[in-house]
Design a protein around this ligand. Sequence first.
Ligand SMILES: *Cc1c(COP(=O)(O)O)cnc(C)c1O
Length: 502
Amino acid sequence: MLYNSTENKQEVVSASQAIAQGISKDGGLFVPQEFPRYSADTFKELLSLDYKGVAKKVFSDFLTDFSDSEINECVEKAYTSEKFGSDNPAPISYKKYNGNGVNILELWHGPTCAFKDMALQILPHLLTKSLKKTNDGKDAVILVATSGDTGKAALEGFKDVEHTKIIVFYPMDGVSPMQKHQMNTQEGSNVRVCAIEGNFDDAQTGVKKIFTTPEISAKLNDNNMMFSSANSINWGRLLPQIVYYIFAYCELVNDGKINLGDKINVVVPTGNFGNILASYYAYCMGLPVNKFICASNSNNVLTDFINTGVYDKNRKFYTTISPSMDILVSSNLERLLYKLSGDDDKVTKSWMDALKSEGKYAVSDEVKEKIKSEFYGGFCDDDKTKATIANMFKEENYLCDTHTAVAIAVYDDYVKETGDKTPSVLASTASPYKFSKSVLTAVNDGNEPEMSEFDMVDKLNELTDVDIPKPLSSLKDKKSRFSDVVKVDEMPQFVLNSLGVE
Ligand SMILES: *Cc1c(COP(=O)(O)O)cnc(C)c1O
């Protein structure tokens, strides 16, 4: 299977090249030229497999220049019970909200307690193998822009991985105290962490610019290094996310919630559009989906886009209690537009160019209609997010984090608005303890606690009796290693300094 750039079909690469490079030279994103199709019989075979088994099947269909033993090794190393707490890294909690069933796919049982682990525990293995195949002997420099969770998950995945170095940039005031502490205490000899004066979009734009500046790449090349990306623009990030939607479908069938072939709805709290796109790609492979429900917080640029066909990032930016979704430029939407426009690289490029120059574009009527028929967009502000956490806890004794609560609230709106009761899979993206302050406020009748982050964790545990994940409780006594803060235009120099490159 080959991959090409969304902005230039002439740029064709192998899977390992796509993963090693991260982003195409022209700034477009790598996409598979076609999708494998899973028939009802394929799904029947998948029903008897565990998570690793489904992962191996999906990976082998997309990474055709990897051998079976290479794929085996990557999957076996990534999804261990030591790292994910059990043999099933993606368990489903069957709950009700306002009387309607929601099948909550918990994707946060990994080492950093956010769904990013599902991809970032395997990406380093895929990447080091890809580098061996494509760029003999070069070390990979992983640059990450993070809204909080990717940074920690990438650091944890890449720490002390041979032939890699990782540098993470995060918005100074745009992550939770727990997220900041998780990153600044990161161990490993090949890691650097730096705050920037700006928001997530500034960090992401800064990183993209460093990637595409030829002089910087040349300097790295002279030092036997090359850039790569662990952001969800990297194909190696998206592919592992396809697996859990297929796996969840099989679980619903095995648990008697649906029959094989029945359609489901997919509900995803969305920021950069990576997670929901992975579910859409699963649908392109044959997963029976009725509707994709795209849930945003007050940064509701995607809600408006789905409803109007106009993407406009020229709007107020809100810092919310679901910070991993505080995003106005959803990078992976480009891949959806490419697909919906019938793999049209020219028109995709024209929209992305308009986004860069005007901050705005309008898709064709045809693409707009397709989006409307397959997607529902909704959003939820902070007050409603907190009320949802409180209600869910009251109704079901189930504690969810702020991002998951956004999805539950939007799903509830969807059911009320449409009456559609198709069984749903709702992606739960973080442990509630990653966002203790907001979650505690929500279950504590709206009273904001005045105490340290770790006291809040304990208080939340006391109030709810929900276990604190070990990776978070063990951070308590760790010392901070990193404290750098730079301006956006100082990011390139920070990178070069960190690498010891003149
Ligand atoms: C990253 C993240 C999201 C958004 O996922 P995208 O793939 O960027 O849409 C939602 N919730 C949490 C907790 C996250 O870490």
